[in-house]
Design a binder for this molecule. Structure first.
Ligand SMILES: NC(=O)c1ccc[n+]([C@@H]2O[C@H](COP(=O)([O-])OP(=O)(O)OC[C@H]3O[C@@H](n4cnc5c(N)ncnc54)[C@H](O)[C@@H]3O)[C@@H](O)[C@H]2O)c1
Length: 275
């Protein structure tokens, strides 16, 4: 018999690539899910789930959706690098609505953060979860803001958060960088399960990557929630080794191609920050 949460779980971004993996996985465990997205849910609705179309910009809709929920898995929003004005609504204002809802319900939040919040760290560095933020664009900056919001709501209101800095969550690694950053769908789904069921989480950070021997990342809070990734990009090494961009900026930094978008430097930065 698997454990089920006492209260319904709200999943935002349910119609997105990751939401469509998480929803059926948790539904198959017998969980009661409230799914939401601005786009229609493209699959058959999993058993025990309801779907409501809503914009994260609509604070009243988000408050209503979260009513009675004990956990918010927040995967909705702009998920790639976009101009500032496009990121602002869903990822900044929408995030505020999620945290206000969590505060009102006494719910925990799992936030889908990103490696792009730390993307300008060099690949030669091994980062612990308390490393300095180095966003590589407006998208990564919105993830950094969200991690700050989570800390604010923890210290001021006792709202718990599991901040998952997802690397590259795709069916399989498709380039050399992903041998370091890949997160399998299975490991992601189990992480959502553990983050929901953990007795307490406080406000903690977890590197969202499978058990990859070429990882860029070290210490985090996985032991606190009892999550151990079971998959590894290593099995794909022979297939994707050597699949690189050939661009020195892209290859220098952990954030890869995102660091190159709108990049106007002609010389690499001197190291002014301690890392
Ligand atoms: N896939 C990855 O490798 C990866 C890596 C790092 C972080 N993440 C994060 O994980 C989350 C899910 O990623 P994904 O790959 O499934 O992205 P996705 O773009 O497929 O899904 C995001 C969903 O958010 C919805 N959305 C956008 N604006 C909205 C709004 N205003 N109101 C309500 N819903 C809105 C979209 O319709 C979409 O279905 C995102 O927050 C993303 O930043 C993903």
């Amino acid at each position: 018999m698997t454990e089920t949460p006492a209260k319904p779980v709200l999943l935002t971004g349910a119609s997105g690539a990751l939401g469509r993996q998480i929803a059926p996985y948790l539904a198959a465990l017998g969980w009661t899910l409230r799914l939401t997205d601005i786009a229609p849910f493209p699959d058959a609705l999993p058993k025990g789930s309801s779907f409501t179309r809503a914009d994260l910009n609509d604070g009243v809709a988000i408050l209503r959706l979260a009513e009675g929920c004990g956990m918010i898995l927040h995967f909705g929003g702009v998920s790639v690098e976009r101009p500032f004005e496009e990121v602002l609504g869903p990822n900044i204002r929408g995030l505020y609505h999620i945290y206000e809802a969590a505060r009102r319900e006494g719910a925990r939040v799992l936030f889908a953060s990103s490696n792009h919040s730390i993307g300008f760290h060099e690949r030669s560095e091994k980062l612990d979860a308390d490393c300095q933020f180095m966003p590589d664009g407006y998208y990564g900056l919105s993830k950094m803001y969200a991690e700050g919001m989570a800390r604010l709501y923890w210290h001021k209101h006792g709202v718990e958060s599991v901040l998952v800095r997802i690397g590259s969550c795709f069916p399989e690694p498709t380039e050399e960088r992903m041998l370091s950053t890949w997160l399998s769908y299975g490991d992601l789904c189990r992480l959502c399960e553990r983050a929901t069921l953990a007795r307490r989480t406080g406000c903690c950070v977890i590197w969202g990557a499978s058990n990859n021997s070429r990882t860029f990342w070290g210490r985090d809070a996985r032991a606190l929630i009892g999550w151990t990734p079971q998959d590894s990009a290593d099995a794909y090494a022979s297939r994707v080794q050597g699949r690189t961009s050939g661009d020195p900026v892209v290859e220098l930094y952990q954030g890869g191609a995102y660091t190159r978008i709108d990049y106007t430097r002609t010389a690499p930065p001197e190291k002014l920050f301690p890392v």
